[in-house]
Write a protein that binds this ligand. Structure first.
Ligand code: PMP
Length: 360
């Protein structure tokens, strides 16, 4: 593993400022004192591993990322346990996914050692930014955002020969500050985020750019999130703009669309499928038609729906709203969703033992 050279920030946030931020962090608004950085050139490979003061980047206006969106990222959290130690959740899953994204976006792959090393190096310097939860409802964490950009100064359309990889960190508060409430989801049938052979499975900025207009439409309809369907027929449920979808049947099946070329392989999704049997749910990965959710919810056979991802863990879905129909799923968080949610959070916060190797 490469060593990350420490360049300490000579002007870190004063303790009082940091504590005020940690008392009310929100999400994605504040950043810690440092960032990890690794440089890539075609000749030298990955080199110059450093943790340095957080701050603006200097990039050439012709850098490829600005023109052809050659960019990928990851998202994960660091949690403080009761004994004061700080942990990340399944970081090698994020490393694997980052490299799948890198391959698809023609960016250089980075070793899992460097990926995990970059997180470790940053959290070591900025440990004071990982808040201590007051109780189990106090879902505070340090959100970690690794990302990689094509930085070569060149306007020709080809894969960049230079890249930079960074990790920045942002304190995160409980996602549902006022208690967990089901959200309404807009079913996007005209705007799509991904198609066969495209980049849907990759975590690249372009996918999110492609999803934002649908997000605006959802807001106009009074919905908080977007449910995307397949690009061809609008027949199959895929995923939300930043979360995977799960449905629970009255027979205790936990159903989710199979990961494919067009769906992100969520670490939360995978973990919940693995934990499901321990709470009496049978995990099922398969194609799900919009019509199936509609018909089986009406028949009382689909009893819960929720979205899952790193930021909110599990978000219960109240209604699915579309142009021509609405599925009234539920007004309260479902029992299975809440049980899965607390099972996963207990592992992440060290209150329960998880499967071997999940906490690092
Ligand atoms: N789908 C999309 C499009 C996402 O952006 C995310 C968040 N990374 C997820 C699903 C959930 O993935 P994870 O559980 O790894 O956060």
């Amino acid at each position: 593993m490469s060593t990350f050279v420490q360049q300490k920030n000579s002007q870190p946030a004063p303790q009082g400022v940091r504590e005020a931020i940690l008392a009310k962090p929100g999400f994605g608004d504040y950043f810690t004192d440092h960032m990890s950085h690794v440089r890539y050139t075609k000749d030298q490979g990955w080199h110059a591993h450093t943790v340095k003061p957080y701050g603006p980047l200097v990039l050439d206006p012709a850098a490829a990322v600005f023109h052809y969106a050659q960019e990928i990222f990851e998202g994960m959290k660091a949690y403080r346990h009761a004994d004061g130690s700080v942990w990340t959740f399944r970081p090698t899953k994020n490393a694997e996914r980052m490299n799948k994204s890198a391959a698809r976006l023609a960016l250089p792959e980075i070793s899992a050692e460097d990926f995990v090393g970059s997180l470790r190096a940053l959290v070591e310097l900025d440990e004071a930014w990982v808040a201590t939860p007051k109780d189990a409802a106090d879902e505070v964490s340090l959100y970690l955002r690794p990302f990689m950009i094509a930085s070569e100064k060149f306007l020709g359309v080809r894969a960049s020969h230079e890249a930079d990889y960074y990790v920045i960190a942002s304190p995160a508060g409980p996602y549902f500050a006022g208690g967990i409430k089901p959200v309404d989801i807009w079913l996007s049938k005209d705007l799509k985020r991904a198609g066969t052979g495209g980049t849907g499975f990759a975590k690249c900025g372009g996918n999110y750019a492609a999803s934002l207009q649908a997000g605006n439409q959802a807001a106009e309809k009074g919905c908080q999130q977007v449910m995307f369907t397949d690009a061809k027929e609008s027949k199959y449920l895929e995923e939300l703009g930043g979360m995977n979808l799960m449905l629970v049947t009255k027979d205790n099946e936990l159903i989710t669309p199979s990961v494919s070329e067009t769906i992100l392989d969520g670490v939360t999704r995978r973990s919940l499928l693995e934990l499901a049997p321990s709470i009496g749910l049978t995990p099922v990965e398969r194609d799900i038609e919009v019509a199936e959710w509609r018909e089986r919810a009406a028949a009382g056979e689909i009893v819960e729906a929720f979205a899952c991802g790193t930021a909110a863990v599990i978000t219960p879905i109240g209604r699915l709203v579309s142009d021509d129909f609405t599925i009234e799923q539920s007004t309260e968080p479902g029992e299975a969703a809440m049980k899965l949610r607390s099972t996963l959070l207990d592992i992440q916060y060290g209150r329960a033992e998880g499967p071997e190797g999940w906490m690092v």
